[in-house]
Write a protein that binds this ligand. Structure first.
Ligand code: ARG
Length: 258
């Protein structure tokens, strides 16, 4: 009886280990090709990179990823989730690729495999008070940022900030500035530019870069063959003018890393 129990226990453990292992099993590019479509996750709350126009997911990164899928010879399926769920879902093999303006950091690179960067940018300081422009000006100030972002990590490093208020969406972090609940908001330079243009009455002013970063898509840690295919597709759209066309449509300039 005891032996039977021990054997059953061992079997259950082996089964659980198998499940865990298969859960971490990312789809190879061959699997994706056979299936015919790549599953891509993004946030959908970060205009003009990834956002909803009504019920339609659109933006620079959405068009870029769709053009890359075409080069890879596969269709695509989008998943839109909260920012903090995106990289975690790669580990659980819930999608093949994430494109949501993630800056390449050492910390993230421990958990996922980054592709080559699809644009270069950085976090800027936005305030209504024109005297708040630089990192030094953040002394004693209350700052809003989206949680889980490099903006949060970099604002935390600034000495003598009074408080960092975090929000699940970048749009809420912006609203906090517009309604006067914080002194400054830190977000992406191109997001800030578009926000300022869309809200001329808001009185927001763009200050300096707090830091710069390279933005890339990510795949499951160790799925280098898939990352390689994505890199090839990115290089192809950068070589044939597709990238430039999409970039100029959204930003009036080519924002690839130089
Ligand atoms: N670039 C920043 C980071 O790497 C922010 C990304 C925010 N993306 C988004 N889809 N809200 O953390």
């Amino acid at each position: 009886m005891n032996l039977f129990k021990a054997a059953a226990k061992a079997l259950a453990l082996a089964f659980a280990l198998c499940l865990a292992a298969s859960g971490a099993q990312a789809r190879s590019f061959d699997d994706i090709k056979k299936d015919g479509k790549i599953i891509i996750a993004t946030e959908g709350q970060f205009a003009p990179f990834n956002f909803f126009q009504g019920s339609k997911l659109t933006g620079f990164e959405v068009e870029l990823a769709e053009a890359m899928a075409a080069k890879m010879g596969v269709k695509f399926e989008w998943k839109a989730l909260s920012f903090d769920a995106l990289l975690a879902g790669l580990r659980q093999d819930r999608w093949d690729m994430v494109i949501a303006s993630h800056g390449i950091t050492d910390e993230r690179a421990k958990a996922v495999t980054f592709t080559n960067p699809h644009y270069c940018s950085g976090g800027v300081i936005i305030a209504k008070d024109p005297a708040i422009r630089t990192a030094k000006d953040l002394t004693g100030k209350v700052i809003s940022v989206q949680i889980g972002t490099t903006y949060f990590e970099n604002v935390k490093k600034v000495a003598d900030v009074k408080e960092v208020k975090t929000f699940p969406n970048d749009t809420d972090a912006r609203a906090a500035l517009l309604t006067g609940r914080v002194d400054a908001w830190v977000t992406d330079r191109f997001v800030a530019k578009a926000s300022l243009e869309a809200n001329p009455a808001g009185g927001m002013k763009m200050g300096d870069f707090l830091f710069v970063e390279r933005i890339a898509s990510a795949v499951t840690k160790g799925n280098s063959p898939l990352a390689g295919e994505i890199n090839k597709a990115l290089a192809a759209i950068q070589a044939d003018g597709t990238y430039e066309k999409i970039s100029k449509k959204w930003f009036n300039e080519d924002i690839r890393c130089k």
